[in-house]
Design a protein around this ligand. Structure first.
Ligand SMILES: NC(=O)c1ccc[n+]([C@@H]2O[C@H](COP(=O)([O-])OP(=O)(O)OC[C@H]3O[C@@H](n4cnc5c(N)ncnc54)[C@H](O)[C@@H]3O)[C@@H](O)[C@H]2O)c1
Length: 446
Protein backbone atom coordinates (compact mmCIF):
# COMPACT_ATOMS: atom_id res chain seq x y z
CA UNK A 1 0.00 0.00 0.00
CA UNK A 2 1.37 3.48 -0.71
CA UNK A 3 0.35 6.90 0.51
CA UNK A 4 -0.47 9.18 -2.44
CA UNK A 5 1.28 12.04 -0.69
CA UNK A 6 4.55 10.20 -0.16
CA UNK A 7 6.41 8.13 -2.67
CA UNK A 8 9.27 6.74 -0.63
CA UNK A 9 12.20 6.20 -2.94
CA UNK A 10 13.93 2.82 -2.47
CA UNK A 11 17.10 2.60 -0.40
CA UNK A 12 19.27 1.65 -3.37
CA UNK A 13 23.04 2.26 -3.11
CA UNK A 14 25.09 2.82 0.01
CA UNK A 15 24.57 5.27 2.87
CA UNK A 16 27.52 7.24 4.25
CA UNK A 17 27.24 8.19 7.93
CA UNK A 18 29.20 11.37 8.62
CA UNK A 19 30.23 11.78 12.25
CA UNK A 20 31.67 14.99 13.66
CA UNK A 21 33.41 13.60 16.77
CA UNK A 22 35.01 10.15 16.70
CA UNK A 23 34.81 9.52 20.44
CA UNK A 24 33.15 6.93 22.65
CA UNK A 25 29.66 7.02 21.10
CA UNK A 26 30.76 7.14 17.43
CA UNK A 27 33.32 4.38 17.72
CA UNK A 28 30.96 2.15 19.73
CA UNK A 29 28.41 2.67 16.96
CA UNK A 30 30.80 1.90 14.10
CA UNK A 31 32.33 -1.11 15.87
CA UNK A 32 28.84 -2.39 16.69
CA UNK A 33 27.68 -2.14 13.08
CA UNK A 34 30.76 -4.05 11.91
CA UNK A 35 30.25 -6.72 14.60
CA UNK A 36 26.59 -7.08 13.65
CA UNK A 37 27.49 -7.40 9.98
CA UNK A 38 29.84 -10.24 10.83
CA UNK A 39 27.21 -11.94 12.96
CA UNK A 40 29.29 -11.46 16.12
CA UNK A 41 26.53 -9.65 18.01
CA UNK A 42 22.84 -8.72 17.83
CA UNK A 43 21.63 -5.12 17.31
CA UNK A 44 20.10 -4.87 20.79
CA UNK A 45 18.63 -1.46 21.58
CA UNK A 46 17.97 -0.63 17.94
CA UNK A 47 14.33 0.02 17.02
CA UNK A 48 15.05 -0.15 13.30
CA UNK A 49 16.69 -3.56 13.60
CA UNK A 50 14.68 -5.32 16.29
CA UNK A 51 11.41 -3.37 16.52
CA UNK A 52 8.14 -4.54 15.03
CA UNK A 53 5.09 -2.56 14.01
CA UNK A 54 1.47 -3.64 14.21
CA UNK A 55 -0.58 -2.96 11.09
CA UNK A 56 -4.37 -3.02 10.99
CA UNK A 57 -6.51 -4.59 13.69
CA UNK A 58 -5.09 -6.91 16.36
CA UNK A 59 -7.11 -9.69 14.79
CA UNK A 60 -5.31 -9.35 11.45
CA UNK A 61 -2.03 -10.67 12.84
CA UNK A 62 0.12 -8.34 10.75
CA UNK A 63 3.18 -7.36 12.78
CA UNK A 64 6.25 -7.15 10.54
CA UNK A 65 9.68 -5.98 11.58
CA UNK A 66 9.96 -2.23 11.02
CA UNK A 67 12.85 -2.81 8.62
CA UNK A 68 10.68 -5.14 6.54
CA UNK A 69 7.82 -2.61 6.50
CA UNK A 70 9.64 0.60 5.51
CA UNK A 71 12.46 0.67 2.97
CA UNK A 72 15.51 1.31 5.17
CA UNK A 73 19.18 1.06 4.29
CA UNK A 74 20.62 -2.16 5.73
CA UNK A 75 23.59 -2.32 8.09
CA UNK A 76 25.57 -3.83 5.22
CA UNK A 77 24.94 -0.66 3.16
CA UNK A 78 26.63 1.69 5.65
CA UNK A 79 30.01 3.36 5.37
CA UNK A 80 31.52 5.88 7.77
CA UNK A 81 33.56 9.08 7.80
CA UNK A 82 34.23 11.54 10.58
CA UNK A 83 36.13 14.48 11.98
CA UNK A 84 37.98 14.88 15.26
CA UNK A 85 40.43 17.18 16.95
CA UNK A 86 42.62 14.12 17.59
CA UNK A 87 44.18 12.18 14.74
CA UNK A 88 43.41 8.72 16.16
CA UNK A 89 41.65 6.36 13.74
CA UNK A 90 38.41 4.80 14.96
CA UNK A 91 40.12 1.63 16.27
CA UNK A 92 42.64 3.63 18.34
CA UNK A 93 39.92 6.01 19.57
CA UNK A 94 37.72 3.06 20.54
CA UNK A 95 40.60 1.44 22.45
CA UNK A 96 41.15 4.69 24.32
CA UNK A 97 37.45 5.14 25.04
CA UNK A 98 37.51 1.71 26.68
CA UNK A 99 33.83 0.93 26.13
CA UNK A 100 34.16 -2.32 24.20
CA UNK A 101 36.30 -5.36 24.97
CA UNK A 102 39.68 -5.37 23.19
CA UNK A 103 38.84 -8.79 21.74
CA UNK A 104 35.73 -7.44 20.03
CA UNK A 105 37.62 -4.40 18.74
CA UNK A 106 40.38 -6.64 17.39
CA UNK A 107 37.83 -8.71 15.49
CA UNK A 108 36.80 -5.61 13.53
CA UNK A 109 40.17 -3.89 13.57
CA UNK A 110 40.60 -3.60 9.80
CA UNK A 111 37.24 -1.87 9.30
CA UNK A 112 37.75 0.46 12.27
CA UNK A 113 41.33 1.38 11.43
CA UNK A 114 40.16 2.40 7.96
CA UNK A 115 38.03 5.20 9.47
CA UNK A 116 40.53 8.01 9.82
CA UNK A 117 39.29 11.40 10.99
CA UNK A 118 39.40 14.53 8.91
CA UNK A 119 40.66 17.71 10.53
CA UNK A 120 38.02 19.27 12.78
CA UNK A 121 36.42 22.66 12.82
CA UNK A 122 36.99 23.44 16.47
CA UNK A 123 37.59 26.30 18.88
CA UNK A 124 38.26 26.08 22.59
CA UNK A 125 35.93 28.98 23.26
CA UNK A 126 33.08 26.49 22.80
CA UNK A 127 34.52 23.46 24.63
CA UNK A 128 36.80 24.70 27.40
CA UNK A 129 37.99 21.33 28.65
CA UNK A 130 39.20 20.07 25.30
CA UNK A 131 42.21 20.90 23.22
CA UNK A 132 43.45 18.97 20.22
CA UNK A 133 45.92 19.63 17.45
CA UNK A 134 44.06 18.17 14.47
CA UNK A 135 42.05 21.22 13.43
CA UNK A 136 41.42 23.15 10.25
CA UNK A 137 42.64 26.69 9.75
CA UNK A 138 40.74 29.26 7.78
CA UNK A 139 40.42 33.01 7.62
CA UNK A 140 36.67 32.99 8.25
CA UNK A 141 34.02 30.59 9.52
CA UNK A 142 32.61 30.58 5.99
CA UNK A 143 35.99 29.39 4.77
CA UNK A 144 35.83 26.55 7.33
CA UNK A 145 32.31 25.66 6.19
CA UNK A 146 33.50 25.46 2.58
CA UNK A 147 36.30 23.12 3.69
CA UNK A 148 33.73 20.88 5.38
CA UNK A 149 31.62 20.85 2.23
CA UNK A 150 34.68 19.68 0.29
CA UNK A 151 35.27 16.97 2.93
CA UNK A 152 31.69 15.81 2.54
CA UNK A 153 31.89 15.64 -1.24
CA UNK A 154 35.26 13.87 -1.16
CA UNK A 155 34.08 11.32 1.42
CA UNK A 156 30.92 10.67 -0.52
CA UNK A 157 32.90 10.02 -3.67
CA UNK A 158 35.45 7.82 -1.92
CA UNK A 159 32.75 5.72 -0.27
CA UNK A 160 30.75 5.28 -3.45
CA UNK A 161 27.62 5.82 -1.34
CA UNK A 162 24.49 7.10 -3.03
CA UNK A 163 23.39 9.16 -0.01
CA UNK A 164 24.74 10.58 3.26
CA UNK A 165 23.53 11.67 6.69
CA UNK A 166 25.36 13.60 9.40
CA UNK A 167 24.99 12.94 13.13
CA UNK A 168 26.82 15.25 15.56
CA UNK A 169 28.63 13.09 18.11
CA UNK A 170 31.10 15.77 19.13
CA UNK A 171 31.55 17.14 22.64
CA UNK A 172 28.87 19.24 24.30
CA UNK A 173 29.55 22.87 23.48
CA UNK A 174 29.02 25.77 25.84
CA UNK A 175 25.58 27.24 26.45
CA UNK A 176 24.49 29.66 23.71
CA UNK A 177 21.19 31.36 23.03
CA UNK A 178 19.73 32.23 19.65
CA UNK A 179 20.62 35.76 18.55
CA UNK A 180 20.06 38.03 15.54
CA UNK A 181 22.90 36.20 13.77
CA UNK A 182 20.73 33.08 13.78
CA UNK A 183 17.60 34.81 12.50
CA UNK A 184 17.73 33.74 8.86
CA UNK A 185 20.11 32.26 6.28
CA UNK A 186 21.28 35.69 5.17
CA UNK A 187 22.24 36.88 8.65
CA UNK A 188 23.83 33.52 9.45
CA UNK A 189 25.97 33.60 6.30
CA UNK A 190 26.99 37.16 7.14
CA UNK A 191 27.96 35.87 10.58
CA UNK A 192 30.06 33.13 8.96
CA UNK A 193 31.88 35.65 6.81
CA UNK A 194 32.41 38.02 9.76
CA UNK A 195 33.46 35.31 12.23
CA UNK A 196 30.57 35.93 14.59
CA UNK A 197 31.18 34.43 18.05
CA UNK A 198 27.49 33.39 18.03
CA UNK A 199 28.34 30.63 15.55
CA UNK A 200 29.67 27.50 17.26
CA UNK A 201 31.57 24.77 15.38
CA UNK A 202 28.58 22.37 15.50
CA UNK A 203 26.54 24.99 13.61
CA UNK A 204 29.23 25.14 10.93
CA UNK A 205 29.01 21.36 10.46
CA UNK A 206 25.21 21.57 10.36
CA UNK A 207 25.37 24.39 7.82
CA UNK A 208 27.77 22.38 5.62
CA UNK A 209 25.50 19.31 5.75
CA UNK A 210 22.37 21.31 4.95
CA UNK A 211 24.11 23.14 2.12
CA UNK A 212 24.77 19.68 0.64
CA UNK A 213 21.12 18.72 1.13
CA UNK A 214 22.11 16.08 3.70
CA UNK A 215 20.00 15.27 6.79
CA UNK A 216 21.50 16.43 10.09
CA UNK A 217 20.86 15.39 13.68
CA UNK A 218 22.44 16.67 16.85
CA UNK A 219 23.22 14.03 19.48
CA UNK A 220 24.47 16.61 21.99
CA UNK A 221 22.45 19.25 23.85
CA UNK A 222 24.14 22.37 22.46
CA UNK A 223 22.41 24.80 20.14
CA UNK A 224 23.17 23.66 16.61
CA UNK A 225 20.58 23.19 13.85
CA UNK A 226 17.77 24.39 16.14
CA UNK A 227 18.05 28.01 15.07
CA UNK A 228 15.75 29.73 12.57
CA UNK A 229 18.51 30.20 9.97
CA UNK A 230 19.37 26.51 9.78
CA UNK A 231 15.73 25.43 9.91
CA UNK A 232 15.14 27.69 6.93
CA UNK A 233 18.13 26.23 5.10
CA UNK A 234 16.89 22.69 5.87
CA UNK A 235 13.49 23.51 4.40
CA UNK A 236 14.93 25.23 1.36
CA UNK A 237 17.44 22.47 0.59
CA UNK A 238 15.15 19.56 1.36
CA UNK A 239 17.10 18.28 4.37
CA UNK A 240 15.41 16.61 7.34
CA UNK A 241 16.83 17.74 10.70
CA UNK A 242 16.49 16.39 14.23
CA UNK A 243 17.84 16.81 17.73
CA UNK A 244 18.87 17.23 20.30
CA UNK A 245 20.79 15.22 22.89
CA UNK A 246 20.45 11.44 22.69
CA UNK A 247 17.88 10.21 25.19
CA UNK A 248 19.82 7.59 27.15
CA UNK A 249 20.50 6.75 30.81
CA UNK A 250 18.85 8.80 33.47
CA UNK A 251 16.60 10.88 31.22
CA UNK A 252 15.38 7.74 29.48
CA UNK A 253 14.39 6.41 32.92
CA UNK A 254 12.76 9.71 33.81
CA UNK A 255 10.61 9.75 30.68
CA UNK A 256 9.58 6.14 31.36
CA UNK A 257 8.69 6.70 35.04
CA UNK A 258 7.14 10.16 35.02
CA UNK A 259 4.36 9.38 32.50
CA UNK A 260 3.46 6.30 34.58
CA UNK A 261 3.18 8.26 37.83
CA UNK A 262 1.19 10.96 36.10
CA UNK A 263 -1.13 8.45 34.44
CA UNK A 264 -2.13 7.28 37.96
CA UNK A 265 -2.39 10.88 39.28
CA UNK A 266 0.39 10.25 41.81
CA UNK A 267 1.87 13.52 43.12
CA UNK A 268 5.54 14.49 43.02
CA UNK A 269 7.25 16.86 45.43
CA UNK A 270 10.88 16.27 44.52
CA UNK A 271 13.12 14.59 41.99
CA UNK A 272 16.82 14.68 42.70
CA UNK A 273 19.07 13.19 40.01
CA UNK A 274 22.78 12.83 40.32
CA UNK A 275 25.31 11.17 38.04
CA UNK A 276 28.95 10.17 38.24
CA UNK A 277 30.82 9.43 35.04
CA UNK A 278 34.44 9.32 34.09
CA UNK A 279 34.71 9.43 30.32
CA UNK A 280 35.79 12.39 28.21
CA UNK A 281 32.18 13.50 27.96
CA UNK A 282 32.13 13.68 31.78
CA UNK A 283 35.31 15.74 31.77
CA UNK A 284 33.86 18.17 29.21
CA UNK A 285 30.68 18.47 31.28
CA UNK A 286 32.80 19.42 34.29
CA UNK A 287 33.04 22.88 32.72
CA UNK A 288 30.14 25.07 33.91
CA UNK A 289 29.34 26.29 30.35
CA UNK A 290 29.00 22.78 28.93
CA UNK A 291 27.16 21.59 32.06
CA UNK A 292 24.65 24.40 31.74
CA UNK A 293 23.84 23.22 28.21
CA UNK A 294 23.30 19.67 29.49
CA UNK A 295 21.35 20.84 32.53
CA UNK A 296 18.86 22.79 30.44
CA UNK A 297 18.35 19.73 28.27
CA UNK A 298 17.79 17.41 31.25
CA UNK A 299 15.57 19.74 33.29
CA UNK A 300 12.95 20.39 30.62
CA UNK A 301 11.50 16.90 30.43
CA UNK A 302 9.49 16.83 33.66
CA UNK A 303 7.81 20.19 33.08
CA UNK A 304 6.39 19.06 29.78
CA UNK A 305 5.39 15.59 30.93
CA UNK A 306 3.79 16.62 34.22
CA UNK A 307 2.10 19.85 33.09
CA UNK A 308 2.12 21.53 36.54
CA UNK A 309 -0.10 24.33 35.21
CA UNK A 310 -2.86 21.77 34.63
CA UNK A 311 -2.14 19.74 37.79
CA UNK A 312 -1.04 22.30 40.40
CA UNK A 313 -2.01 20.08 43.36
CA UNK A 314 0.12 17.22 42.09
CA UNK A 315 3.11 18.89 40.46
CA UNK A 316 2.92 22.61 41.26
CA UNK A 317 5.63 22.47 43.97
CA UNK A 318 7.99 19.95 42.39
CA UNK A 319 11.65 20.54 43.19
CA UNK A 320 13.76 19.14 40.36
CA UNK A 321 17.53 19.07 40.55
CA UNK A 322 20.10 17.48 38.23
CA UNK A 323 23.81 17.08 39.04
CA UNK A 324 26.62 15.58 36.96
CA UNK A 325 29.99 14.89 38.52
CA UNK A 326 33.14 13.90 36.73
CA UNK A 327 34.58 10.84 38.48
CA UNK A 328 37.35 9.20 36.39
CA UNK A 329 37.34 5.68 37.95
CA UNK A 330 33.95 4.95 36.41
CA UNK A 331 35.03 5.73 32.85
CA UNK A 332 32.08 5.20 30.47
CA UNK A 333 30.10 3.26 33.07
CA UNK A 334 27.91 5.97 34.49
CA UNK A 335 25.98 5.64 37.72
CA UNK A 336 22.79 7.64 37.85
CA UNK A 337 20.88 7.93 41.13
CA UNK A 338 17.39 9.26 41.37
CA UNK A 339 15.60 10.02 44.59
CA UNK A 340 11.94 10.59 43.82
CA UNK A 341 9.62 11.97 46.50
CA UNK A 342 6.03 11.13 45.66
CA UNK A 343 2.69 11.35 47.45
CA UNK A 344 -0.53 9.40 47.09
CA UNK A 345 -4.08 9.16 48.46
CA UNK A 346 -4.73 11.85 51.11
CA UNK A 347 -1.23 13.24 50.54
CA UNK A 348 0.67 10.35 52.16
CA UNK A 349 4.35 10.48 51.24
CA UNK A 350 6.44 7.73 49.64
CA UNK A 351 9.86 7.49 47.99
CA UNK A 352 11.30 5.75 44.97
CA UNK A 353 15.05 5.22 44.56
CA UNK A 354 16.56 4.34 41.22
CA UNK A 355 20.20 3.41 40.90
CA UNK A 356 21.01 2.90 37.24
CA UNK A 357 24.44 1.41 36.63
CA UNK A 358 24.49 2.09 32.95
CA UNK A 359 26.92 2.15 30.09
CA UNK A 360 26.57 5.47 28.35
CA UNK A 361 27.84 4.64 24.90
CA UNK A 362 26.17 1.22 24.84
CA UNK A 363 22.85 3.03 25.24
CA UNK A 364 23.69 5.76 22.71
CA UNK A 365 25.18 3.68 19.85
CA UNK A 366 21.89 2.11 18.66
CA UNK A 367 20.32 5.57 18.60
CA UNK A 368 22.97 6.72 16.13
CA UNK A 369 22.09 3.78 13.90
CA UNK A 370 18.33 4.37 14.14
CA UNK A 371 18.66 8.09 13.52
CA UNK A 372 20.90 7.58 10.51
CA UNK A 373 18.44 5.12 8.97
CA UNK A 374 15.26 7.05 9.80
CA UNK A 375 16.69 10.40 8.64
CA UNK A 376 17.69 8.76 5.38
CA UNK A 377 14.17 7.35 5.09
CA UNK A 378 12.72 10.82 5.73
CA UNK A 379 14.91 12.23 3.00
CA UNK A 380 13.79 9.58 0.51
CA UNK A 381 10.17 10.24 1.48
CA UNK A 382 10.64 13.91 0.58
CA UNK A 383 10.29 15.12 4.19
CA UNK A 384 12.24 18.24 5.06
CA UNK A 385 12.87 20.49 8.06
CA UNK A 386 12.24 19.38 11.66
CA UNK A 387 11.36 15.68 12.04
CA UNK A 388 9.33 15.78 15.22
CA UNK A 389 8.46 12.09 14.90
CA UNK A 390 12.07 11.35 15.86
CA UNK A 391 11.56 12.97 19.31
CA UNK A 392 11.64 9.43 20.72
CA UNK A 393 15.44 9.48 20.45
CA UNK A 394 16.10 12.87 22.06
CA UNK A 395 16.17 14.45 25.50
CA UNK A 396 15.33 17.84 24.15
CA UNK A 397 13.32 17.31 20.97
CA UNK A 398 13.26 19.90 18.22
CA UNK A 399 9.76 20.93 17.29
CA UNK A 400 8.27 23.07 14.55
CA UNK A 401 7.66 26.68 15.69
CA UNK A 402 4.67 27.08 18.01
CA UNK A 403 4.50 23.43 19.10
CA UNK A 404 5.74 22.36 22.54
CA UNK A 405 7.98 19.28 22.68
CA UNK A 406 6.47 15.91 23.56
CA UNK A 407 8.69 14.14 26.13
CA UNK A 408 6.54 11.18 27.15
CA UNK A 409 8.42 8.17 25.72
CA UNK A 410 5.20 6.27 25.01
CA UNK A 411 3.55 9.11 23.10
CA UNK A 412 6.82 9.55 21.21
CA UNK A 413 6.89 5.86 20.31
CA UNK A 414 3.28 5.97 19.06
CA UNK A 415 4.05 9.05 17.01
CA UNK A 416 7.01 7.32 15.44
CA UNK A 417 4.98 4.22 14.56
CA UNK A 418 2.06 6.25 13.22
CA UNK A 419 4.39 8.32 11.07
CA UNK A 420 5.78 5.14 9.52
CA UNK A 421 2.23 3.83 8.92
CA UNK A 422 1.25 7.17 7.41
CA UNK A 423 4.25 7.26 5.08
CA UNK A 424 3.40 3.77 3.85
CA UNK A 425 -0.33 4.39 3.43
CA UNK A 426 -1.46 2.19 6.36
CA UNK A 427 -4.23 3.17 8.79
CA UNK A 428 -3.22 5.02 11.96
CA UNK A 429 -3.73 2.98 15.10
CA UNK A 430 -5.69 4.81 17.81
CA UNK A 431 -6.09 1.81 20.16
CA UNK A 432 -9.83 2.28 20.56
CA UNK A 433 -10.77 -1.24 19.42
CA UNK A 434 -14.44 -0.48 18.64
CA UNK A 435 -15.17 -4.18 18.21
CA UNK A 436 -14.35 -4.83 21.88
CA UNK A 437 -17.00 -2.38 23.15
CA UNK A 438 -20.09 -4.36 24.09
CA UNK A 439 -23.27 -2.30 23.77
CA UNK A 440 -27.00 -2.80 24.31
CA UNK A 441 -28.69 -3.60 20.95
CA UNK A 442 -30.66 -0.32 20.90
CA UNK A 443 -27.47 1.84 21.16
CA UNK A 444 -25.49 -0.07 18.54
CA UNK A 445 -25.09 1.64 15.20
CA UNK A 446 -24.49 0.02 11.83
N1 LIG B 1 24.75 8.21 26.37
C1 LIG B 1 25.63 9.01 25.84
O1 LIG B 1 26.75 8.65 25.70
C2 LIG B 1 25.19 10.36 25.38
C3 LIG B 1 23.88 10.73 25.59
C4 LIG B 1 23.44 11.96 25.17
C5 LIG B 1 24.32 12.82 24.54
N2 LIG B 1 25.62 12.46 24.39
C6 LIG B 1 26.50 13.42 23.76
O2 LIG B 1 27.12 12.85 22.64
C7 LIG B 1 28.38 13.47 22.45
C8 LIG B 1 29.44 12.39 22.28
O3 LIG B 1 29.58 11.66 23.48
P1 LIG B 1 30.88 10.77 23.71
O4 LIG B 1 30.67 10.01 24.98
O5 LIG B 1 31.23 10.04 22.49
O6 LIG B 1 31.98 11.89 24.00
P2 LIG B 1 33.54 11.80 23.67
O7 LIG B 1 34.16 12.89 24.46
O8 LIG B 1 34.05 10.42 23.86
O9 LIG B 1 33.61 12.09 22.11
C9 LIG B 1 33.42 13.34 21.56
C10 LIG B 1 34.47 13.54 20.51
O10 LIG B 1 34.19 14.74 19.81
C11 LIG B 1 35.43 15.35 19.52
N3 LIG B 1 35.13 16.74 19.19
C12 LIG B 1 34.79 17.75 20.03
N4 LIG B 1 34.55 18.88 19.33
C13 LIG B 1 34.70 18.56 18.03
C14 LIG B 1 34.56 19.28 16.82
N5 LIG B 1 34.24 20.57 16.85
N6 LIG B 1 34.77 18.63 15.66
C15 LIG B 1 35.10 17.31 15.63
N7 LIG B 1 35.25 16.59 16.76
C16 LIG B 1 35.06 17.20 17.93
C17 LIG B 1 36.26 15.10 20.73
O11 LIG B 1 37.64 15.23 20.48
C18 LIG B 1 35.87 13.67 21.08
O12 LIG B 1 36.73 12.72 20.47
C19 LIG B 1 28.63 14.36 23.67
O13 LIG B 1 28.30 15.68 23.37
C20 LIG B 1 27.64 13.83 24.67
O14 LIG B 1 27.22 14.80 25.62
C21 LIG B 1 26.08 11.24 24.78
Amino acid sequence: MANDRFQVRPADGGLLVLLPGLGAVSTTFIAGVQAIRRGLAAPIGSVTQMGTIRLGKRTEGRTPLIRDFVPLAGVEDLSFAGWDVFEDDAWTAARKAGVLEPSLLDAVKDELSAVKPMRAVFHRDYVKKLDGPFVKTGTTKMDLAEQLIEDIERSREASGAARAVMIWCGSTETFLEATETHRDVESFERGLRENSPDIAPSMIYAYAALRCGIPYANGAPNLSADIPALRQLASENGSPVGGKDFKTGQTLMKTILAPGLKARMIGLSGWFSTNILGNRDGEVLDDPGSFRTKEESKLGVLQYILQPDKYPDLYGDLYHKVRINYYPPRRDNKEGWDNIDIFGWLGYEMQIKVDFLCRDSILAAPLVLDLALFLDLASRAGLRGVQEWLSFFFKSPMTPPGVYPEHDLFIQRKKLANTLRYLMGEDMIHHLGEYTLETAPETATD
